[in-house]
Design a protein around this ligand. Structure first.
Ligand code: ATP
Length: 516
């Protein structure tokens, strides 16, 4: 098993063992691509959502929140294009019986060519050192040029086929490139078929097509249909944004990467309404703002990158992904899209209701343009866990080499902020005092009281769930009201007066540290 695959396996089992994520309905062997968040997972997820909400709504005077219903009038999805165009091209392998997305197989092939090009460039950089001119090398080196031509030709064919919805051509590309099943190497493929990703259900008293409802595949449409309600009730002026966090549902064809691709997941989306013609300015603004939001959590810059879309969706005139280096490679974490006036205009047309805004400065009515930012809460969770989970060697109580598992989450996002630990379990003076400390701290943040096992093991348990501080009550505490406070990452212990603990923990764990 590769190191990365091994690391990913450890992450999945850590999530389960420590109560972050469980497979859904596990006693019935689980439900594919559906997961439940356990006690620490629920805390971390709430903290991620809170960080996003504060960054959007609290930090921007011109962004307001919304909590729209999951069910919407079925025409919503006609207007948005989801009924007709929210399809993925699927292909089955006849030997392995595995199902794949045809577009992802082709993109995977393109990624491999890109990797080969990059390797050539890296080799040359090593050879030539500081004098290396990368742009020139890419334009002149015959091998790189050959790869680039292959890449461009495939991309052009792929883009055309996708835009035309030409499934036979997608199949032909897969055959011509001799793309094999990544698991088994078999090239025995079925035809490519379109597959709509929306889940549907039935409204109580209406039979047949008329009563057909969809579970929303994105939260954005709840924002678009409420655009006028929000504008009128908050008296916001363009440019302004509406932010929403909520569940979305997609009947994903391939869902194999834990919580990366789920059938029920949560999105954090913000639609920013603006003057037509100003979309590129705001697109650039939100690209930068969203990257900063990720970096503030201490994520190393080399783990994040922008990737422009090769294939623009039907509604977009510019689109970029923020990709994160997951244990299985760089993949989309967040999308930033310039959606033009596509959605509002479509709703205006289908509903017959005006979706216009009167701009008093310009003395003009128009349908606003939209730039949206859309990040998956679960993908964010996975990104944070995968970089935070670390194993390191530390000396144990006897000074011998030992390994500790530590979850280096940003303290503001950590599920539990502070653990309160009496040195010994059977000494009532200690446990009573520890309870007192716990009771006073629990008003300020989530604390945990733990008296079971030796102190070293309790520290390890807190390290594994990412608790930034442990406070230990010992016999000296009874004399002078001081405690030891241990910091998770450095494992440094400091003796402080009980009255200082709250401020020390607050200073490091309060969400506001992320905005300063
Ligand atoms: P992908 O190409 O990976 O399927 P997408 O481009 O369809 O993603 P968007 O429609 O732009 O995704 O959705 C916005 C965000 O919602 C994504 O960046 C991702 O973080 C999250 N997301 C989308 N689909 C899923 C899913 N099936 N499971 C978990 N998160 C998802």
């Amino acid at each position: 098993m590769s190191q990365q695959a091994d690391q990913f396996k450890k992450l999945v089992s850590h999530c389960k063992e420590y109560g972050f994520i469980f497979p859904s309905s596990e006693i019935y062997d689980g439900l594919s691509a559906v997961y439940d968040y356990g006690p620490y997972g629920a805390e971390l997820k709430n903290n991620i959502k809170s960080y996003w909400w504060k960054a959007m709504v609290q930090m921007h005077e011109n962004i307001v929140g919304l909590d729209a219903a999951i069910f919407m009038h079925p025409l919503t999805w006609k207007a948005s294009g989801h009924v007709d165009a929210f399809n993925d091209p699927l292909i089955d392998n006849k030997d392995s019986k595995k199902r794949y997305r045809a577009d992802q197989l082709i993109e995977g092939h393109l990624d491999k060519i890109e990797e080969k090009m990059n390797k050539e460039v890296e080799k040359a950089l090593k050879r030539f050192g500081d004098s290396f001119d990368e742009a020139m090398y890419r334009q002149t080196n015959p091998r790189v040029l050959e790869y680039q031509q292959q890449y461009d030709a495939i991309l052009e064919r792929f883009t055309k086929a996708t835009a035309a919805g030409d499934m036979a051509e997608l199949k032909a590309i897969i055959d011509d490139l001799e793309i094999a099943d990544p698991d088994t190497g078999s090239r025995n493929w079925t035809e490519v078929r379109q597959f709509n990703l929306m889940f549907s259900t039935q409204l109580g008293n209406i039979a047949g097509e008329d009563g057909k409802l969809y579970l929303r595949p994105e939260t954005a449409q709840g924002i678009f249909v409420n655009f006028l309600n929000v504008h009128k009730t908050t008296r916001q002026k363009v440019p302004f944004g509406i932010a929403q966090i909520g569940k979305a549902f997609r009947n994903e064809i391939v869902a194999r990467q834990f919580i990366f691709r789920m059938r029920e997941f949560e999105q954090m989306e913000m639609q920013f309404f603006l003057r037509p013609g100003e979309e590129m300015k705001w697109y650039a603004y939100w690209k930068e703002a969203r990257m900063k939001w990720h970096l503030a959590l201490g994520t190393p810059a080399e783990k994040l990158r922008f990737k422009d879309h090769d294939n623009l969706a039907h509604y977009a005139n510019a689109a970029v992904d923020i990709q994160f280096d997951f244990p299985f490679g760089f993949k989309e974490l967040e999308g930033i899209h310039s959606r033009t006036d596509f959605d509002l205009s479509s709703h205006q047309e289908l509903s017959g209701k005006k979706m216009q805004y009167f701009d008093s400065e310009l003395n003009e009515n128009y349908v606003p343009y939209v730039v949206e930012t859309s990040v998956g809460c679960d993908r964010m969770f996975l990104a944070l866990m995968s970089q935070a989970l670390q194993e390191e060697s530390v000396p144990d109580a006897k000074g011998e080499d030992a390994t500790r598992t530590v979850l280096r989450l940003h303290p503001a996002l950590a599920p539990v902020k502070c653990a309160v630990l009496p040195l010994l379990k059977n000494k009532e003076e200690l446990t009573g005092k520890a309870r007192e400390v716990f009771d006073s701290l629990k008003h300020s943040f989530l604390c945990q009281y733990d008296e079971k096992d030796a102190i070293g093991r309790r520290y390890r348990r807190q390290d594994a769930i990412g608790t930034p501080f442990c406070v230990t009550i010992d016999f000296d505490t009874l004399q002078d009201d001081t405690v030891t406070i241990r910091e998770r990452d450095s494992m440094q212990q400091e003796r402080v007066h009980i009255s200082k603990v709250e401020a020390i923990v607050r200073e490091r764990t309060d969400m506001s540290v992320l905005f300063r």
